[in-house]
Write a protein that binds this ligand. Structure first.
Ligand SMILES: [Zn+2]
Length: 88
């Protein structure tokens, strides 16, 4: 079983976490008008990279905090996890 290091709690079993998607997607600024195309890209368009990828994870059965992880999508090795306000 894969272990994931929560930046708040430490190493825990993968079953305590939920995948939250691509960690590099930036939400459009609040109160700024965006085109339908820009909004569509924000909501639906995602890359499916092979190799290192930055992802959002949620420690749903633990501290319930969100964090970012750098994971290899082929080997599933997790290289680093950080709080959302930290650089990865
Ligand atoms: Zn945690």
């Amino acid at each position: 079983m894969l272990n994931i290091k929560c930046p708040y709690c430490g190493n825990r079993a993968q079953k305590e976490f939920a995948y939250g998607g691509d960690g590099t997607v930036k939400r459009p600024e609040l109160n700024k008008s965006v085109t339908d195309q820009e909004w569509n890209a924000f909501v639906y368009e995602r890359k499916s990279p092979r190799g290192k990828h930055i992802e959002l994870w949620h420690h749903i059965s633990g501290c319930r905090q969100w964090f970012r992880a750098q994971r290899d999508t082929v080997s599933h090795e997790i290289f680093k996890t950080v709080k959302l306000d930290e650089e990865i």
